[in-house]
Ligand binder design. Sequence first.
Ligand SMILES: [Fe+2]
Length: 292
Amino acid sequence: MDRGELFSEERSAEVVANSMEGTRDPRLRQVLDSLVRHLHDFVKDVEPTEEEWGAAIAFLTATGHKCDAARQEFVLLSDVLGVSMLVETINHRAKGVATESTVLGPFHVVESPPRPLGADICLDHRGEPCLVTGRVTGPDGEPVGGATVDVWQADAEGYYDVQRPGEVPPANLRGLFTTQADGRFWFRTVMPRHYPIPDDGPVGALLEATGRHPYRPAHIHFLVRAAGYAPLTTHVFAADSPYLDSDAVFGVKPDLVRDFAVVEDPVRAAELGLPDRFREVEFDIVLLRVEE
Ligand SMILES: [Fe+2]
């Protein structure tokens, strides 16, 4: 009976990869083949002791145990290793035309409620008022009406609603808007604050061990969808935020940084239902068409 090649240190990756030759799904076979080869290369490079390998398994186990409906430690791990950003960038190359993408992040865990254009997504009115406006267009500048613009952000103290249940109204600082026929959208909110990613779990320990801080610069998340166009996951970053040059999850792209201007205009403020002094940011979004 042919049992194939037996395992050896030198040929370990080939032996294991060959054992999966019966994988029926060709893409799965390709993925597993590459995974085995890179993983074996990694182990041969590091030569972990058995204690170290045990610590690695314990780390991954703790990462899994930290996950629940509102906390996704594996997403955080992927984020701080730059893998989320790499996957996002590979899959959404902007081709010099579209708005750059960035990470989804771990806080898109509840559905944003549909809200009318102009609505205030800050339900507890704590923070520095801010008007967000923009226009969704296609690659040739054509307006995209009927696009859904899903937004979510941290509050003035740097927390998402799901991080302080019972303290803030549910779905605070989340909204799902639909663009007008001319592609325009606008809503009221408060200035988001920079914040640490949750660092009380295994990923926080990893950051601590590597001398890294857990902070992300202030931003508002956007997930834009429209029929016939590729969905876009991105942020707008505030130009006056700290940590723009050291985002813990590597999410900053220069094209996504905007000035949040200070506006002191009582007439406009009254029209908008904002206090006399507010902040304003304009964030236009260009989508790519779905490739036929
Ligand atoms: Fe965020």
